[in-house]
Structures are given as structure tokens and as C-alpha cells.
Design a protein around this ligand. Structure first.
Ligand code: HEM
Ligand code: HEM
Length: 152
């Protein structure tokens, strides 16, 4: 793998470790949504609002770091510049195209879910909104993680 220097290494490390936190908190937010929705619970400021907001903020931070990474990494935009769209194999297409593109869509889902949950008043509908939009976002993210390179 080509190396674009220290910036790349640090930002990749940040994005890589941060991914654990983002996935864990998103998972908690979805699980909390399902429990609240199916259990007809009250949507509380202390717990339910906070965990959903926390998941939103962490996703946005990861988006920001991911965008920077896309421009400094040899596996992001530079791969497309070097190889051309048609020259990417499935592994390099995952990093340069599918992961960034799908994750931006996933974070749009999460942000829309956050916005919508604020507009509905009933607790059950708040939980339902969070569950569906955050859940879809999480599934999209999980579908395009470069597992092989992450966990080695
Ligand atoms: C590329 C970077 C980012 C983009 C494109 C982005 C985009 C957005 C958008 C469109 C919303 C509106 C949601 C709504 O309608 O309520 C939003 C809300 C929010 N963002 Fe970001 N964001 C980014 C980075 C960040 C970062 C780095 C943080 C914090 C560390 C952050 C924290 C928040 C918070 C707390 C809200 C919710 C505000 C509320 O309750 O209405 N965002 N963001
Ligand atoms: C919640 C959303 C995201 C998660 C959980 C996530 C997670 C990850 C993980 C685990 C890796 C592998 C890291 C490693 O090799 O150790 C990775 C790589 C990468 N991510 Fe993300 N990511 C997210 C969003 C994004 C976004 C929105 C972009 C760009 C717009 C992006 C751009 C990249 C790039 C370019 C790489 C490859 C970097 C390299 O190999 O040099 N990511 N991401």
C-alpha cells in the first residue's frame, strides 16, 4: 500500500479506533429504541434523548474524519485518480467508492431520524422513528465495513 505520510496514518488510526465507539453507541441507540417502542415506555430526556443525540454526534464526527481521510488516503480519492473507476478491483472499490458513498447515505438516514424524532410528540412514535432510521443507517454501515483490513 502506498503511503501518503503522517497525516494519513494518524487520521486512519483515528477513524479506525473511533469506528468501535460509533458502532457500539449506534447499536445501543437502536437496541434502546426497540425496547422503548415495544415496551411502550416514556421517552425520557435523561436517557433516551441523550443516547440518540450521542449516536448522532458520534456519527457526524466520524463523517467528518471519514471525509478528511477520503482526501489524504491512498485508498480514497487517490485510488480513483491513479487507477480510474474502471481499474478498481472489488477490494479497492469498497474503500474508494462503496464505503464512503453508502456511509454518507447511512448518516443522512440517522440525521433524518434525529430530525423527525424531534417533531413527533408521542413517546412510542419517537422510539419508532429512532429505531427505523438509526437501524437502517446501522445496517447500511455494517454492510460496507472493510472488515478484513480493519480487524487485522
Ligand atoms: C461533514 C460534517 C457534518 C455535516 C455535513 C453535518 C450535517 C448536519 C445536519 C444536516 C444537521 C441537521 C439535523 C437537523 O435537521 O436537526 C446536523 C445536526 C447536528 N450535528 Fe452535524 N454535521 C457535520 C458534522 C458534525 C460534527 C463534527 C458535530 C459534533 C461534533 C456535529 C453535531 C451535530 C449536532 C449535535 C446536531 C443536532 C442539532 C439539533 O439537535 O438539531 N455535526 N448536522
Ligand atoms: C459511521 C460511519 C463509518 C464507520 C463506522 C467507518 C469505519 C471504517 C473502518 C472500520 C475502516 C477501516 C479502518 C482500518 O483499516 O483500520 C474505514 C476505512 C475508511 N473509511 Fe470509513 N467509516 C465510516 C464512514 C466513512 C465516511 C463517511 C467516509 C468518507 C466520506 C469514510 C472513508 C473511509 C476511507 C477512505 C477508508 C480507507 C482508508 C485507508 O485504507 O487508507 N468512512 N472506515
Amino acid at each position: 500500500m502506498e503511503d501518503y505520510g503522517l497525516a494519513h496514518q494518524w487520521i486512519l488510526a483515528l477513524h479506525s479506533y473511533f469506528a468501535y465507539v460509533v458502532l457500539a453507541v449506534l447499536f445501543l441507540a437502536v437496541a434502546n429504541g426497540i425496547l422503548g417502542w415495544t415496551g411502550n415506555k416514556d421517552f425520557t430526556l435523561r436517557k433516551d434523548f441523550r443516547i440518540s443525540l450521542f449516536a448522532l454526534i458520534l456519527s457526524h464526527l466520524q463523517l467528518l474524519v471519514g471525509l478528511v481521510l477520503y482526501f489524504v488516503s491512498s485508498n480514497g480519492l487517490n485510488a480513483i485518480k491513479t487507477l480510474g473507476m474502471g481499474g478498481l478491483n472489488s477490494a479497492s472499490r469498497l474503500l474508494a467508492v462503496e464505503h464512503p458513498f453508502i456511509n454518507i447515505i447511512a448518516i443522512v438516514f440517522i440525521t433524518v431520524g434525529w430530525s423527525k424524532h424531534k417533531k413527533v410528540l408521542e413517546g412510542k412514535r419517537k422510539f419508532k422513528t429512532i429505531t427505523i432510521f438509526y437501524g437502517l443507517g446501522l445496517i447500511l454501515i455494517l454492510s460496507r465495513i472493510p472488515w478484513a483490513q480493519w480487524l487485522n
